[in-house]
Ligand binder design. Structure first.
Ligand SMILES: [Zn+2]
Length: 306
């Protein structure tokens, strides 16, 4: 790894993270991401360039607006830092190649979607739809080395030319996209029938179409299954901690018996969980990022035990 290039990649990541913060705030509100310049969301003062330096400005101003001293969310600094580190990780993993460009593009979109979903429960089309197109286009220049490409050469004999890997890669990308859509859409329909509430929206479907287009079939399967497990564990943990808190409160405030308090707290906790849907996009996005670096390795390890 070249130290100068590493530093440049990291700086690029910080700058893109800064832009991502603008997207995360403005996209769900339907505002333009290019105009006007950044303002404080409280006092409306324009933010000068020297207060807009990624990470550093937030630290120097100790997370407050210079003009009105309102708190600025630490999310701004976190997004910048995470994007910087992710770009650096892509470079460390793939070197100075088109694969790094693809990985950074994917990471940029996924991080934007994760943070927007966590804050607003929305997955903006302005990120997912261009993402789907970019994923398919990238498959023509960076091979989506995956299941279809490993199965097809045995089934149909394609001459090993430049065109054939591009075709297989494109097929893989489209197959991954179709799989992602079918799975999340199907799961959404089943969930709606079973519980009468919407568990997954079209945002999740479009997110998985994008993930499938970028990663191909196998990492898409990994993403869906691991995100389902992570999401369920998160749901259980939420349910359990709310239950514990409410049981304690019932015992100390209402002087209920332990058994009675536990029973009633369980009822109200399970109703609360149903009202606050789990931000599934956060888990899908997080696991898709893991899949980029470790997905094939983990699946290979898993299939050895079957
Ligand atoms: Zn202000």
């Amino acid at each position: 790894m070249d130290p100068v290039l590493s530093l440049a990649t990291f700086a690029f990541g910080l700058a893109f993270g800064s832009f991502l913060n603008v997207c995360i705030y403005r996209m769900p509100r339907g505002l333009s991401i290019v105009h006007p310049r950044s303002r404080c969301t409280n006092c409306n003062a324009f933010i000068p360039f020297y207060d807009n330096i990624p990470v550093l400005s937030w630290l120097i101003l100790r997370g407050r607006c210079r003009n009105c001293r309102t708190r600025i969310s630490p999310r701004y600094m976190v997004v910048e830092l995470v994007t910087g580190l992710l770009f650096l990780l892509c470079y460390a993993h793939f070197g100075l190649t088109l694969a790094t460009l693809k990985c950074c593009t994917f990471g940029f979109l996924v991080l934007g979607l994760i943070f927007t979903d966590a804050e607003t429960q929305l997955l903006p089309d302005k990120l997912t739809l261009p993402g789907i197109a970019l994923g398919v286009l990238f498959s023509l220049v960076v091979p989506v080395n995956d299941l279809v490409s490993q199965l097809l050469p045995g089934l149909i004999t394609v001459p090993p030319t430049q065109a054939s890997w591009r075709l297989l890669s494109l097929l893989d990308s489209v197959a991954g996209m179709t799989l992602g859509v079918a799975f999340i859409y199907g799961a959404g329909v089943i969930y709606l029938r079973a519980r009468g509430v919407e568990g997954m929206g079209f945002g999740d479907v479009k997110l998985m179409a994008m993930v499938g287009a970028f990663l191909g079939m196998r990492p898409t399967i990994f993403t869906i299954f691991s995100a389902s497990i992570a999401g369920s564990l998160f749901g259980l943990w939420t349910l359990f901690s709310v239950w514990m808190k409410r049981t304690q409160r019932r015992i100390s405030r209402n002087h209920e018996s332990v058994q009675e308090a536990r029973r009633r707290a369980w009822q109200s906790a399970s109703i609360a969980l149903r009202r606050f849907p789990i931000p599934f996009g956060v888990f899908l996005g997080g696991m898709a990022m893991l899949a980029v670096f470790f997905g094939n390795g983990i699946l290979r390890w898993y299939w050895r035990w079957l």
